[in-house]
Design a protein around this ligand. Structure first.
Ligand code: ADP
Ligand code: ADP
Ligand code: ZN
Length: 218
């Protein structure tokens, strides 16, 4: 099963992708996590990407596409994966389709986690992220058991630089301009499903599991 998560920054893609990955035993591939690991490790890719990420802009397509292709070519992705944060532009989607097509494969489902902008602004300030394992928390909606510490790997949680209010608005603008057109792209491909991302996390997950269950039987 190859799944794409679509939605605005902060819609809950990562939260849901991690649960899907766990339930179905497929890897959660987050381009944001891979990029942040590169920034943290100060790799050549990280040095280039950081400039864009800190301004709330997208990292150029060529850098991200190569990085993603490399990741999904790995052994653990053989039986499928859930992509979180990729594709984010039409050229990224086309490159992915082309690469999969060559191997006789395709994306099975694109799930749009739909959340209006005003919800996003309140969500982002409360997000806390773990750079160790990619888990995300929310100080109000999903607090860690011990304040400031990741439940999964015990690393310190951070407020991402790009989650500060001034950058969030920029990221939303970038989303509407460059990423939202993908909703139509996957609608036309006949694989788009939409869930109401304003429901609480467990209800969003239930809706996704139902969609996945239905498509497994098609
Ligand atoms: P969010 O969780 O808010 O959706 P991500 O963790 O997915 O954010 O991404 C953080 C930043 O990393 C983005 O604002 C962008 O700069 C960069 N990034 C992640 N994925 C991509 C991508 N597919 N294309 C371009 N830039 C990306
Ligand atoms: P994305 O990957 O789309 O950027 P995240 O999964 O990181 O989004 O979620 C953004 C923030 O909102 C996190 O702090 C997360 O804990 C919280 N969150 C996710 N889903 C919900 C939900 N359904 N209701 C309330 N808060 C949520
Ligand atoms: Zn962690």
């Amino acid at each position: 099963m190859k799944i794409i998560m679509l939605g605005a920054p902060g819609a809950g893609k990562g939260t849901q992708a991690m649960r899907i990955a766990e339930k179905y035993g497929i890897p959660h591939v987050s381009t944001g996590d891979i990029l942040r690991a590169n920034v943290k490790g100060d790799t050549p890719l990280g040095q280039k990407a950081k400039v864009f990420m800190n301004q709330g802009l997208l990292v150029p397509d060529d850098l991200v596409i190569d990085m993603l292709m490399d990741r999904i070519g790995q052994e653990d992705c053989k039986n499928g994966y859930v992509l979180d944060g990729f594709p984010r532009t039409i050229p990224q989607a086309e490159s992915l389709d082309a690469a999969l097509g060559k191997a006789g494969e395709k994306i099975d489902l694109a799930i749009d986690v739909d959340v209006p902008d005003d919800h996003i602004i309140t969500r982002m300030g409360g997000r806390r992220a773990c750079l160790g394992c990619g888990a995300t928390y929310h100080i109000q909606f999903h607090p860690p058991k011990k304040e400031g510490i990741c439940d999964v790997c015990a690393e310190k949680l951070i407020l991402r630089d790009d989650d500060k209010a001034e950058t969030v608005q920029k990221r939303l603008d970038v989303y509407h301009e460059q990423t939202q057109p993908l909703i139509d792209y996957y609608k036309k491909a006949g694989i788009l499903k939409t869930v109401d991302g304003t429901m609480q996390m467990d209800s969003v997950f239930e809706a996704i599991v139902q969609i996945l269950g239905e498509s497994l039987w098609q």
